[in-house]
Design a protein around this ligand. Structure first.
Ligand code: KIV
Ligand code: NA
Length: 279
């Protein structure tokens, strides 16, 4: 899978599926499911690193998780791996175009990802995307609810009124014209996402944006019900967390005291000298 293959799927009227992964295990699972693309999203900051927002995750951490996901894909789908895309984390692309290109370049040089995703379409962001695309780095855009701006936007639905809808149209078109190969639209009205999917040439991948998009992306841990709670626009397919807690809890309770006692090894009569304990 290459970025252009997503466009071909759109042109052929075939749906595009994208799921997140954060390590080799999750990447192998979503590759086994046959997705078109795997996103190492910075949602991993919250989902697997336990942060309250996506802001704290570093480029170094994203590279580390992306390399692991890449190994999982190579093992699970060596013939025809899904397209691997890595999110650029907060502040890795907002401090000047040179630094941004260098950050995106590290993703392509140091991980098996072939594309990056970043949020927004401010003039500075468009300039950065332009530099990346002209440097040979495929870029996926992300508009609507952009979690790296949580302190300004919250997690509310975006583009609810005509003025902000017009702004979203302009920004989506600007991303296409700047050379993004695809666009994520998060938590925006379905009618607007459907309209943009029809009017834009690049694939529009929705989450909380209705069924009328060219493709859908989900946070895998949300779909599996592994996260403590899921956004209302991304309901779980199964209650993975409580299922796991139940079966593991059963296993824990099955290890009765009798079993543990039988396995206990008596202490040796003479112990090897242990290092002096601090007093
Ligand atoms: O970080 C992420 O998982 C994302 C998806 C929700 C699109 O950006
Ligand atoms: Na993200």
């Amino acid at each position: 899978m290459r970025p252009a293959d997503l466009t071909r799927r759109k042109q052929a009227g075939l749906p595009i599926t994208v799921l997140t992964a954060w390590d080799a295990l999750s990447a192998a699972v979503v590759a086994g499911a046959g997705v078109d693309a795997v996103l190492v999203g910075d949602s991993l900051a919250m989902v697997v690193l336990g942060h309250a927002t996506t802001l704290p995750v570093t480029l170094e951490e994203m590279l580390h998780h992306c390399r692991a996901a890449g190994r999982g894909l190579a093992a699970a789908a060596p013939q025809d791996p899904p397209l691997l895309i890595c999110d650029l984390p907060f502040l890795s692309y907002q401090c000047g175009a040179d630094a941004a290109v260098a950050a995106a370049g590290r993703v392509l040089k140091e991980t098996p990802a072939v594309a990056v995703k970043l949020e927004g379409a401010e003039p500075e962001t468009l300039a950065v995307i332009d530099r990346m695309v002209r440097s040979g780095i495929p870029v996926m855009g992300h508009l609507g609810l952009t979690p790296q701006s949580v302190h300004q936007l919250g997690y509310r639905r975006q583009a609810g009124d005509p003025v902000s809808q017009e702004r979203l149209r302009r920004r989506a078109l600007a991303l296409q014209e700047t050379g993004c190969f695809a666009l994520v639209l998060e938590h925006v009205p379905a009618e607007l996402a459907t309209e943009l999917s029809a009017s834009l040439a690049v694939p529009v991948i929705g989450i909380g944006a209705g069924d009328g998009c060219d493709g859908q992306v989900r946070v895998t841990a949300d779909l599996l019900g592994l996260t403590a709670r899921q956004p209302p626009f991304s309901p779980p397919l199964l209650q993975g967390r409580s299922l796991a807690v139940d079966v593991l809890g059963r296993w824990v309770r099955e290890q009765g005291p009798g079993t543990a006692g039988a396995k206990a090894v008596p202490a040796p009569a003479t112990r090897p000298a242990s290092p002096a304990a601090p007093h």
